[in-house]
Design a protein around this ligand. Structure first.
Ligand code: IMP
Ligand code: MG
Length: 192
């Protein structure tokens, strides 16, 4: 498999110095991701026909997903980003969310779609929801590529979900561990 070859090759390269390089297990192929992204884009295009929603990507993890998603939608959209404190170099949430980069756009009266890479504890998405709602959007929905099953006892709906996954730490397609692996085309499970 491509990824196993890559991690074997990387043993002999400077990129292979990371202790986790050999612990990547292919999980969701690039083809599966791309066809699911197209389905999500079709649903959003039909739900927002005649409107110009603002897609708000949550940095850094959603940068690849939102890029692919907006190129598949068939309606006009606007795009902005916000950045929250990350997991740092840990695989477990610090339990605290901080805003590192605020929005530039006006939310008031607009249709907002928050685009996330993954929902785990749900803390980040709850924080974003509160933040956006104080600015009186006309509507607010969420689109996440991945949702960890049963972890996020959310009190509101996530309208667009790419894949529900078990409670494993995953990397690739924008998702990182200690800032690495974001550039993988596939999503992989990172073994402990
Ligand atoms: P939450 O606040 O616990 O829902 O976590 C959301 C953020 O944590 C995501 O936007 C990711 O950046 C990061 N995160 C959560 N789970 C994973 C994972 O399995 N791999 C990589 N990043 C993750
Ligand atoms: Mg992250």
């Amino acid at each position: 498999m491509k990824l196993q070859q890559k991690s074997t090759e990387s043993q002999n390269s400077s990129a292979g110095n990371n202790e986790h390089s050999n612990n990547l297990k292919p999980f969701i192929t690039s083809d599966k991701i791309q066809s699911r992204v197209k389905e999500l884009a079709r649903s959003i295009s039909s739900d927002y026909a005649g409107k110009i929603p603002i897609f708000i990507g949550v940095l850094n993890g959603s940068f690849i997903f939102i890029s692919d998603l907006v190129r598949e939608v068939s309606i006009d959209v606007e795009i902005d980003f916000l950045k929250l404190s990350s997991y740092g170099d840990s695989k477990i949430s610090s339990g605290e969310v901080k805003l590192l980069k605020d929005l530039n756009c006006q939310i008031d009266g607009r249709d907002i779609i928050i685009v996330e890479d993954i929902i785990d504890s749900g803390l980040s998405i709850k924080y974003i929801r509160d933040l956006v709602l104080t600015n009186n959007p006309s509507s607010l929905e969420f689109c996440t590529l991945l949702m960890k099953k049963g972890l996020s006892n959310l009190t509101f709906d996530i309208k667009y979900t790419g894949f529900e996954i078990d409670n494993k730490f995953v990397v690739g397609y924008g998702l990182d561990y200690a800032q690495k692996y974001r550039n993988l085309k596939e999503i992989c499970i990172l073994d402990p």
